[in-house]
Design a protein around this ligand. Structure first.
Ligand SMILES: [Zn+2]
Length: 463
């Protein structure tokens, strides 16, 4: 930390209850895993966390001219991390329909076609980034559309806000409307490589190679995705896996020589650290073992799995201590019904309960912060208040609504409080979001950009 004598840096100090994780609550006790400082001080300098601990211990080292921002009786946590979402589906969230494959044809593909228009893409990207911040999500792994300009639009908006997003252009060359298909795997490679050149490492951007899923990719496209990922060290990879039973059946038909769905991706070189597989609902023990052995990540997307009737994720199997796979949470909007990771955590609890594995607040908040960051192999950068991490954090308000205030005033332990916030919290609970140590969203500031309403094309049809 800067002392009174050192030259002035970009210093922020906030006071409140601090919560983060120093270990994995799926492998150790809650007491070992959770760090809770009741009256804490978090100090950030030049975008990094430089100190986090008891207020009384740290405040005397603060230079006299630094004003401490007071969040007494609030909780300060790492920014939430969503490891699976589609920004190009923001405006088609909550579309009534059948299950996955039919819903893609009727709602999703028609909307994604609109992202060939750069202005439309930019307007939705701005809305999406503001909504993430309003919901306390500071890092996300994002699917764009097939069109490179849909990626340009998103990174332009996220870089402008200073967000750490991973994103990429969707790769697909079959089983979708022709306007959305890549011309060829070779063209898809070239367009993706150009995007990597243009955006990877710009601001805090990370490129994520994005084959849509095995149904929509020929074997050659899957091999191309692997080559792209391996030719560009530091990039990530994201795709969908075993979301829906009919999808799994179709994958078996399309890849008859492969043992199972995970084997399809493994044979095409797509497993490994930095790869994140969304859903992973219908997997055998063998498949979980391969995900674990290869260090691949998975994104549990409960609101989506319930909304589309896809199935119930097996958290107990995924986090079996003998082969603990990396799992994070994803909103999966537009299959998911909320961009709030608090609401996502609430549904994760219910899915776990239906599977006989109810998770407490410590596990749920771990999944939404460090867990997601670890699935993306970014836990050394984000998802923690440990000094050295990037200074993305949020302030949660336990009195955000009358009912929440009544309930949380009746909590006796931090465990009870965290669980209540995970069950009842939403965007109203997020009082403030900080990026790089700077305020990026203030719930109570009516002029904040995140308060502006959609100003793109209006097509309200009520008849
Ligand atoms: Zn998805």
């Amino acid at each position: 930390m800067r002392t009174s004598a050192s030259p002035p840096g970009d210093l922020t100090a906030v006071r409140g209850g601090l919560v983060w994780f120093r270990d994995d609550p799926f492998l150790t006790s809650d007491e070992e895993a959770l760090v809770h400082v009741k009256d804490g001080l978090l100090v950030c300098e030049n975008g990094k966390i430089v100190a986090a601990g008891p207020y009384g211990d740290l405040v005397r080292d603060l230079p006299d001219d630094v004003k401490v921002v007071q969040y007494r009786d609030k909780l300060i946590l790492p920014g939430l991390v969503s490891c699976h979402v589609h920004y190009v589906q923001t405006r088609i969230i909550a579309a009534y329909g059948k299950q996955l494959l039919d819903w893609l044809d009727h709602h999703i593909y028609p909307e994604e076609k609109r992202f060939s228009d750069a202005d439309y893409a930019r307007a939705v990207a701005a809305l999406f980034c503001d909504e993430l911040l309003r919901n306390g999500t500071t890092t996300a792994m994002v699917n764009c559309a097939t069109y490179p300009r849909s990626v340009d639009a998103l990174f332009a908006e996220s870089v402008g806000r200073g967000m750490r997003l991973a994103a990429g252009k969707v790769l697909m060359d079959r089983e979708a409307p022709s306007a959305l298909l890549d011309a060829s795997p070779q063209v898809a490679y070239e367009q993706s490589a150009e995007l990597i050149e243009r955006w990877h490492g710009v601001g805090r951007s990370i490129y994520a190679v994005t084959p849509r899923f095995a149904v929509a990719c020929t074997p050659e496209m899957l091999r191309t995705a692997s080559k792209l990922w391996r030719d560009h060290p530091g990039t990530l990879l994201q795709t969908h896996l075993a979301e829906n039973r009919n999808e799994v059946k179709k994958v078996h038909q399309l890849f008859p020589k492969c043992k199972d769905y995970v084997d399809v991706y493994e044979r095409h070189g797509l497993l490994g650290p930095g790869a994140v597989f969304a859903h992973a609902v219908h997997l055998s023990k063998r498949e979980w073992k391969r995900l674990y052995r290869t260090g691949s990540g998975t994104a549990h997307c409960p609101t989506s799995n319930l909304f589309l009737g896809s199935g119930l994720f097996r958290m107990k199997r995924a986090t079996n201590p003998r082969r603990r796979a990396l799992v994070g949470l994803g909103s999966d909007v537009g299959g998911g019904t909320s961009l709030s990771l608090l609401q996502t955590a609430s549904e994760a609890y219910k899915v776990g309960a239906l599977r006989g594995f109810p998770m407490n607040g410590v596990k749920l908040f771990y999944l939404a912060t460090t867990g997601s960051a670890a699935a993306m192999r970014l836990d050394h950068l984000v998802g923690s208040l440990e000094p050295g991490h990037e200074a993305d954090f949020i302030v949660l308000d336990p009195t955000a609504t009358p009912l929440l205030a009544a309930r949380t005033s009746n909590t006796k332990t931090i465990h009870d409080l965290l669980f209540t916030l995970a069950m009842m919290g939403d965007d109203r609970t997020v009082l403030a979001t900080y990026l790089n140590g700077r305020l990026a969203h203030d719930r109570d500031d009516p002029s904040a950009p995140s308060r502006t309403c959609w100003s793109g094309p209006a097509e309200v049809r009520t008849g």
